[in-house]
Design a protein around this ligand. Structure first.
Ligand SMILES: [Zn+2]
Length: 270
């Protein structure tokens, strides 16, 4: 009877270890190294801008997951919240869903100060990578800016470049049918995944390799960006949603883990 108990207990552990809601769609969740928990973390999400990207739907989708994870959410459709210094510094992470929006210099400064102080910043697609085209201070922080998506919605593959990082470990290359973002990217960010262009009617681009997922530090804050997420259905692709979830967890840890060196220059220097 005692042996039976331990056998059942072992089966229970094998079945449920690592089985968090976020790993339900993972291709190999057991292979992923640990990432910071979101339980009790303060997360601010902002949404707005270009409505074609359904920012509120993305925000709601993320909010449902983050609530399950035990995060403490603040959600705002106004970027004026970036000027609330005490609220901003009290956050662990900011997730922004604002494509092609308007922001004041004071709001950019508030966001930058918070991230420099150790608040993480995470986001996807245009909501973070094409937010404020006339604000280089914002682009400097994010490390990239959308410039085109040749061919509109196309079939393409996301290639995992770093197979050991906790955000991408155990995740195989995966296919998307969506906008393939061509971006101007800071050549010093840490790139975890790329995509190669093969576009009809734009053969001058064929063979071009573009970062899809990257990391960087801005002051003490961790920055996670993925160019996936044009439409909510894109997050039904397990690799796309899993890397987003892991990236959010990773970026939420800025205040709690030693800072890593994330400058990885593409070009040789002195
Ligand atoms: Zn888009």
């Amino acid at each position: 009877m005692r042996n039976l108990f331990w056998l059942l207990f072992a089966c229970f552990l094998l079945t449920y270890s690592g089985c968090t809601p976020s790993s339900a769609n993972s291709q190999t969740p057991e292979a992923a190294p640990p990432l910071p928990s979101l339980k009790g973390k303060h997360i601010l999400m902002t949404y707005g801008g270009y409505q074609g990207h359904t920012p509120k739907a993305f925000c709601d989708h993320a909010a449902a997951w983050l609530t399950e994870e035990g995060a403490i959410l603040t959600i705002s459709d106004s970027l004026a919240i970036y000027e609330n210094d005490s609220l901003m510094r009290a956050q662990d992470l900011i997730i922004q869903w604002v494509t092609d929006g308007q922001i004041t210099d004071e709001q950019v400064a508030g966001l930058s100060l918070a991230v420099k102080s150790g608040v993480g910043l995470a986001g996807c697609h245009g909501g973070t990578g094409d937010s404020f085209r006339n604000k280089p201070d914002y682009q400097y922080m994010v490390g990239g800016q959308w410039v085109a998506h040749p061919g509109g919605e196309v079939d393409y593959t996301v290639n995992i470049l770093d197979k050991k990082h906790p955000i991408t470990a155990g995740i195989a290359d995966f296919d998307m049918q969506s906008e393939q973002y061509y971006m101007h990217v800071d050549p010093n960010v840490t790139v975890l995944a790329t995509t190669t262009f093969h576009v009809e009617n734009a053969d001058y681009l064929n063979g071009a390799v573009m970062p899809v997922i990257w990391l960087k530090n801005f002051g003490k804050g961790r920055l996670f960006y993925t160019s996936l997420g044009h439409k909510l259905a894109d997050f039904e692709v397990p690799g796309a949603w899993e890397t987003f979830q892991r990236g959010v967890r990773w970026a939420s840890g800025s205040k709690y883990v030693p800072q890593e060196k994330l400058i990885q220059p593409v070009y040789p220097g002195s």
